[in-house]
Design a protein around this ligand. Structure first.
Ligand code: G3P
Ligand code: CA
Length: 311
């Protein structure tokens, strides 16, 4: 009945499982990816960092002590800043670590205390290749066609280590059949120089998403559109404060992005971190239908899939 809503519905809204079903299982474990797959997310996200022997590892941070027992297994392998870098360990060495729910390495307390219990059960790190084979295997055995959504993490850090992370990742993606916009793979990065490098120098034809986090980036949409197909903003760049009537104020970012033919996939939607919203569905309603974003990165893909299917 609401014409805005009908127009907004015309293109399908997508659900990206942020680090897997990370609201329920430790982030980026294959278990969390299997769960998100079964929940019918459209895409499963991979954050990517290189190991010492240049294997792309699926992990969010360039260091290890926030999600693993690296301090116990390799106590002497920290750098001067006290951190244990993925790049300082070979893939075989990384396999010896146990992976846990995210925690604060200073206090040993879980970041999300209501989630999967800390240091319980057995989880391991894995490579991008491992994860692609896992997802492609699940696509085959279920007849689904769920996509991947890799993020190149900190390309300048990798460059300082003498490595072109994007070149390594793109070659692997290509080997597994992810080459063009039609291949169910979206590649994301915060670093605009790197995305230009990927588009113009590495000549990738993949669907590219420019992640953003700052207000001054919101004026660069025309430039983004010269190399990217979408933007990935923090949702608070779109949904601002509540006005005096209790109505959420929406910025022009989505409208302006759409004028530049850019899709908008916003992060990160968490049912256990509502930031002033009464319910998770209210947050999803404002983001997906009032603000008209095209997709959500969420730790709770089941809830977003259910919301979209009923609306
Ligand atoms: O990639 C979208 C969102 O995941 C960006 O934030 O820090 O979770 O990688 P982050
Ligand atoms: Ca990410």
């Amino acid at each position: 009945s609401n014409p805005n809503k009908i127009a907004a519905m015309k293109s399908k809204k997508i659900v990206i499982a942020h680090r897997g079903a990370s609201g329920y299982l430790p982030e980026h474990t294959l278990a969390s990816k299997a769960m998100a797959f079964a929940m019918d997310a459209d895409y499963l996200e991979q954050d990517i960092v290189l190991s010492k022997d240049t294997v792309p590892i699926v992990i969010h941070d360039i260091h290890l002590e926030t999600v693993t027992n690296v301090k116990d297994v390799y106590p002497n392998r920290k750098r001067a800043d006290g951190k244990y870098y993925v790049i300082d360990f070979t893939f075989d060495e990384l396999q010896k670590l146990d992976v846990y729910e995210r925690f604060n390495p200073e206090t040993n307390e879980a970041v999300f205390p209501e989630r999967f219990p800390l240091k319980k059960s057995k989880f391991k790190l894995h490579s991008l290749q491992d994860e692609i084979e896992f997802i492609q295997g699940l696509n085959k055995s279920t007849g689904k066609n769920i996509g991947i959504y890799p993020e190149i993490k900190e390309p300048k850090f990798h460059k300082n280590e003498g490595l072109d992370i994007s070149k390594i990742v793109l070659e692997i993606l290509s080997n597994y059949g992810y080459k063009t916009k039609n291949d169910n793979c979206i590649l994301q990065c915060f670093d605009s120089d790197e995305l230009k490098w990927i588009r113009f120098d590495l000549k990738s034809e993949l669907f590219l998403v420019q992640l953003i986090e700052f207000e001054d980036e919101e004026n660069k949409l025309e430039e983004f559109a010269t190399y990217a197909d979408g933007i990935g903003p923090w949702y608070k760049q779109i949904i601002k404060e509540k006005d005096t009537n209790g109505v959420w104020q929406i910025s022009n970012l989505v409208k302006n992005a759409h004028k530049n033919n850019l899709k908008v996939h916003a992060y990160t939607f968490r049912a256990d971190k509502l930031d002033g919203f009464t319910t998770f569905n209210e947050l999803l309603q404002v983001a997906l239908f009032d603000a008209n974003i095209d997709g959500v990165f969420t730790d709770f893909p089941d809830k977003a899939v259910k919301f979209i299917n009923k609306n």
